[in-house]
Ligand binder design. Structure first.
Ligand code: GLP
Length: 252
């Protein structure tokens, strides 16, 4: 596992964007696993900027997002489809038919999960970009006694709804269910990039990556993956710097 701590947000964003754009430029049919939340926004901006400067096309790329709220329409401002269109897709030349997000409005949610898994099986992820929740969730895989491997419907924890309430007018408006790729699907990605920013993420990142591997901290399962890159800002990375663990420091 490679851990890099960045002095500034821009450096982190450009570095992460570079990893993803490298895959897009090198692979004949690149398949990117993408994430939402506040963490990747700067990375998507950096990708859009670099792609437009270099003229890199995404016409041959396919994307799969981790998750979506149940019940929100694609044009709902807090749906993850809306988020992805706003921050990334509409600024690239990627065909809409090649961008995939679980359909949280599907009439048969179980069938939608099976459909998503079938697509993922046919198009394995070259890379999965991940943020992390304060309780160690990845995608919407919440801490539990048991974790699911494939795409499934999840009941969101109140702490997760509370954390995400900042994007809604009121916490009551945050859906209580979501569709999420399972931990098994995430771990099948050839490469994983985990990104965390801010002092409030420092402890959970440390616990997930150095603590016991447990379903109670879903991100701890990443320790079992052979190709994980962890990108942290100075605040999220402070626990690593303080305990003397060897981390690579990136300075501008
Ligand atoms: C959400 C998303 C996750 C994300 C996490 C952290 O619940 N489902 O994919 O990683 O929250 O969000 P943020 O980056 O805003 O801290």
């Amino acid at each position: 596992m490679k851990i890099k701590v960045f002095a500034g947000q821009d450096e982190l964003d450009r570095y992460a964007a570079g990893l993803l754009l490298h895959i897009v430029s090198q692979q004949e049919r690149p398949v990117l696993g993408l994430a939402t939340g506040s963490t990747p926004i700067g990375i998507y901006q950096a990708m859009v900027q670099a792609a437009s400067q270099s003229g890199l096309s995404f016409r041959h790329a396919t994307t799969y997002n981790l998750d979506e709220y149940v019940g929100l329409a694609p044009d709902h401002e807090q749906s993850y489809r809306y988020y992805m269109e706003k921050h990334l897709f509409r600024h690239l030349d990627i065909p809409a038919s090649q961008t995939h997000i679980p359909d949280g409005r599907a009439v048969d949610l179980q069938a939608e999960c099976r459909r998503y898994d079938a697509m993922l099986a046919a198009q394995p992820l070259d890379v999965q970009l991940l943020g992390i929740g304060h309780n160690g969730h990845i995608g919407f895989n919440e801490p539990a006694e048991e974790l699911r491997s494939g795409t499934h419907v999840v009941q969101l924890k109140e702490e997760t709804r509370a954390a995400n309430a900042r994007f809604f007018n009121h916490q009551d408006e945050v859906p209580d269910r979501a569709l999420t790729m399972g931990v098994g699907s995430i771990l099948k990605a050839k490469q994983i990039i985990l990104v965390a920013r801010g002092a409030d993420k420092a402890q959970i990142v440390k616990q997930a990556l150095q603590g016991p591997i447990t379903t109670r901290v879903p991100a701890s399962l990443l320790q079992t993956h052979a190709h994980v890159t962890v990108l942290l800002d100075r605040d999220a990375g402070r626990e690593w710097m303080e305990d003397g663990t060897k981390v690579e420091m990136a300075h501008s």
